[in-house]
Design a protein around this ligand. Structure first.
Ligand code: SF4
Length: 335
């Protein structure tokens, strides 16, 4: 059984005159211990997806239809009380803004002991030892000292390690990490990604990793979902997507990576911008920016075309792959 199974999920935001759709018909699953990335530009709907799964949508947001199953439980039907047992315990979130996740007026130790004692009845002394062991596990060099420090006394990298330590204490089955390393410099980013990957592997924790950066996700995730304007447009194994992207949007994202630019030349940016919720283009929403757009792309929405474990929603990809498959069959017949 999948650990997380999202089926035909649509999310809307209430507005004065009409509700706006932010996510369209999202379906995917995550197996226990699997690390899956959600990638796309700002405004693609990646964070909305993470918040919808964790039932943390802002007040005006709501799930219009679809299902979010965690193991054999439908999360949409849970009460607030039931959610409190799941969020933070079985499903944990790591946000980009670390200071938002830590209480500035409590020491790291107080916050960790509180987290431990919220789900197990052990003494302060035992909880303190467990907290220090976990700080050690996330490679804080002076865990005893860190235990008595306040968040503002720690560097960005240490705060992110502390948050990973607090998440670990709760032994979640799924971590949703929303751009967790964006605010860190490149060296710290690499260290935190390595730590997160190692911890997920050691403890068999599944990860839904939200990022705009293919360079980052290639280091940590086995499978990738590419999102554009609230829809998944391509999904498959991360290395397959990076080495042979099918959807024109995915190709654009990979071409825009700094390492793809020629020395002294500007970055290869995708022309145009991600559409806002109020100005979503008809048909394939990528058509105003797509170099291969066909006339029908303006008014028809492509379905997923599957090739093995990968899927792409694009008319041109579907045509090319169908022609290739037909020619392989013809070639086989000739022989
Ligand atoms: Fe481009 Fe058309 Fe494919 Fe959309 S469906 S990505 S517009 S070719």
């Amino acid at each position: 059984m999948s650990l997380l199974s999202v089926g035909h999920l649509s999310v809307r935001f209430k507005q004065h005159h009409q509700d706006l759709t932010a996510l369209f018909d999202i379906s995917f699953s995550i197996q226990p211990g699997e690390r899956v990335a959600v990638v796309g530009e700002s405004g693609a709907g990646k964070s909305v997806l993470g918040y919808a799964i964790a039932n943390l949508l802002p007040e005006q947001g709501y799930i219009a239809c679809g299902s979010v199953r965690f193991g054999d439980q439908e999360l949409r039907s849970l009460s607030r009380r039931e959610w409190r047992k799941i969020r933070g315990h079985r499903i944990a979130m790591i946000f980009q803004d670390m200071m938002m996740s830590l209480n500035p007026v409590l020491t790291i130790g107080d916050q960790m002991v509180e987290a431990i004692r919220s789900h197990s009845k052990i003494s302060f002394h035992q909880a303190r030892q467990q907290a220090i062991d976990t700080l050690h596990q996330v490679r804080i060099r002076t865990p005893e000292q860190c235990f008595y420090q306040y968040p503002h006394q720690l560097s960005g990298g240490m705060r992110q390690r502390v948050i990973i330590a607090i998440v670990l204490l709760l032994k979640p089955e799924l971590i949703i990490a929303d751009e967790p390393t964006t605010a860190l410099d490149v060296t710290l980013q690499a260290e935190i990604l390595h730590l997160l990957k190692e911890i997920c592997e050691q403890h068999q924790v599944a990860l839904l990793f939200i990022s705009h950066d293919f360079g980052v996700i290639s280091r940590i995730c086995e499978r990738t979902l590419v999102m554009y304007a609230g829809k998944i447009v391509e999904q498959g194994p991360t290395l397959g997507i990076i080495n042979d992207p099918q959807h024109p949007y995915t190709q654009g994202l990979i071409n825009a990576l700094p390492q793809m630019a020629l020395p002294g030349q500007p970055l290869n940016q995708i022309s145009g911008n991600m559409p806002s919720l109020t100005a979503r283009p008809s048909g394939c929403a990528f058509h105003p920016r797509c170099p291969y757009a066909l006339p029908e792309c303006r008014y028809l929405t492509p379905d997923f075309f599957y090739t093995g474990v990968s899927a792409t929603a694009c008319f041109v990809v579907e045509r090319i792959q169908t022609v290739n498959a037909d020619s392989e069959v013809d070639h086989g017949t000739d022989i």
